[in-house]
Design a protein around this ligand. Sequence first.
Ligand SMILES: Cc1cc2nc3c(=O)[nH]c(=O)nc-3n(C[C@H](O)[C@H](O)[C@H](O)COP(=O)(O)OP(=O)(O)OC[C@H]3O[C@@H](n4cnc5c(N)ncnc54)[C@H](O)[C@@H]3O)c2cc1C
Length: 382
Amino acid sequence: MDFQLTEEQRAIRDAVREFAEKEIMPRAAEIDRTDQFPAEIFQKLGAHGLMGLHIPEAEGGAGADTISQALAVEEISRASGSVGLTYAAHLSLGCSPIWNWGTNAQKKKFLAPLARGEGIGALALTEPKGGSDLAGGVQTTATLQGNEWVINGSKSFVTSGAIARSINVLCKTDPTQGHRGMSIIIVPRETRGVVIGKVEEKMGLRGSVTTQIFFEDCRVPQENLLGEQGKGFYYAMTTLDGGRIGIGAMALGLGRAALDAAIKYAQERVAFGKPIADLQAIQFMIADSAMELDAARLMIYRAADLKQTGKKFATEAAMAKLFASEAAERACFKAIQIHGGAGYLRDFPVERFYRDNRLTLIGEGTSEILRHVIAREILKAN
Ligand SMILES: Cc1cc2nc3c(=O)[nH]c(=O)nc-3n(C[C@H](O)[C@H](O)[C@H](O)COP(=O)(O)OP(=O)(O)OC[C@H]3O[C@@H](n4cnc5c(N)ncnc54)[C@H](O)[C@@H]3O)c2cc1C
């Protein structure tokens, strides 16, 4: 077992860290305050070859491995949760399904521009009737008329939905077959019949655009069906398995940001004649956060390594995301505590880390659903 990153992984991590500290971190508070999508940051991410980091070079990407993908998401999220979520969703929800199941023509038409950074990708699974219960919640239909799919219905909480170049949409293509009658269809956002709803006002991750999308007799060519008809639910679940590594890495980045801020503050703030970092109560909080984030990191790398080497990784990815998101939640809580009253003010970044991280316990499988997924696998194996 090798606990060292390869030379290439370290190089990618260092390059992304440098980019994130220079181009993203100084703007994070303003992105949060204004709730404006920072398009120019994504243009720069594209120019640095990061928008298709894990996609093969032949498809317009950089051909990096899954651990490198997690490292990039962690570093970007450490600088800004909003940019981190948009980036993580673009890679694992927008690009990966087309890479995994797309035809060569679809890869050329839809994936390569995303990987080159010419647009952002999105995945629309959740609907007003449900996110955890996708099998029961999906009501959006796609009906084949001639050589076109006609899509009707609505999706909610679509990350980057309003700005995406293309959206992978989970639809019912045979309503009589339950989850076996679902398919994913690639829909360019500018297609007629795609109506973007209001941009949601979120507690955190402001600047990441989350919207409802309505499909009103939206017509796309038959060849926009991704993979096989009827396999959409399986593709969605498999995509979420991979996405959980990304959300775990995002939480790790935010937890690290909170811990870094707490350490700095503890060393500067003086109480009772000495820095609060000298107090055991503060040291214990720092030690617990450092330990838990380190454990989260190892779990994320393990899940990423299993995925990269083609082994079963769904349970490990669920564990990594569950543990990392809750560890980061505790690290953010402690960082605010270490800041005392200052931690409650917008003048310091720790309250933003806390708000931003909250999503990581909900999106791409709530903590409750993940515990269910993990327990089901363990009970099946015993
Ligand atoms: C900022 C943000 C970005 C998002 N981005 C996307 C996106 O890009 N694409 C997309 O498709 N979706 C996206 N989502 C939606 C997200 O994936 C769902 O919100 C999430 O899956 C939960 O679904 P829900 O909101 O319908 O909650 P519900 O499923 O209604 O859950 C409500 C509560 O019930 C619990 N619960 C439900 N079922 C069970 C069960 N079987 N056992 C135990 N507890 C259960 C849940 O854990 C939760 O606590 C996003 C959400 C947010 C907030």
